[in-house]
Design a protein around this ligand. Sequence first.
Ligand code: SF4
Ligand code: SF4
Length: 334
Amino acid sequence: MQKYISQHNLDTLLDTLIKRGIRVVAPRMNAGIPLYEPLGSSGEVVSDTLPRRSAKEAFFPVCEDIMSYKKEGQKVTITDIDPGRFPETVLFGVRPCDAAAIPVLDAVFSWDYKDEFFLERRKKTTIIGLACTAADDACFCTAVGLSPSASKGSDLFLTALEGGGYACDTCSEKGEALIANNQALFDGPSTSNPIPFAEPQTDTFDLTKVKAWLNDHFEDPLWDGIATRCVGCGACAFVCPACHCFDIVDEGTEKAGKRRKNWDACGFWKFTHHASGHNPRDLQPKRYRNRIMHKFKYYDDKFGQTLCTGCGRCVRICPVGIDIAAIVEEINKK
Ligand code: SF4
Ligand code: SF4
């Protein structure tokens, strides 16, 4: 059922949650860069800009310890890090392109191996999505079947209204519980109109057609053309809300150290480097091809969904101007 919350009551809600000891993560400025980070108070929220990195970090941090070891004489002690230690969290102000990526990640982190670190955080997090009222030239959520008002992945979804305040749509039991626990801050539905959504100016891709072309073009001159420019920096994967590759690394000495889970990227030449020295993706065209294949074919083959929500971050950040939307559009026209 739809509810209404004023801006004042929304600020009160965030401050109340923080006072109750709940970790509230939202877009805030850090050294001039908007990022999803824990808030000290509601006044820190910046809601008019897409954070530089995505909301996936709330569940899948850049780097985290999963185990430590210590050797004293002949005795070796291994200590698992307890995933149960994660705090209850509210992730606020999540853009539709970021929120929609979270169920996409659920599929891979709960598939053959249940990743307790990801799943424990998911269990303890309530996601409050926010409709977009601003888009730039890099946004293309509508081309991959989403929209600036898509509530996929959100537990509660807010839409800014003309005249102030937000319409609140509950999308899950977690969203219902958040409203039930803070009822005094919510009113019945408002009759005000939404502030116009920001519709990206892109054509919709026929993702079935794109996948059909990829099925038949593992070898194609397209890959050489793109990859002569790609420098393999991995920035596109690190800012992406849906990329999820990681590496497990032991750091320390013979006496003591930690086992860590660190983000990785298929654009890096070492990503598929075997201990034998052989590298099946020895050249950059093979690595960039994997990026497109994984997003628009392999993930769909396995989980029935596309691994791109059209947030445009990789387009904005690529140091050599590689535009994934333009590449998929080119494939779409073939
Ligand atoms: S591939 Fe690029 S546009 Fe698509 S979700 Fe990832 S960062 Fe966003
Ligand atoms: S950001 Fe651009 S240059 Fe860097 S790996 Fe991605 S496509 Fe290549």
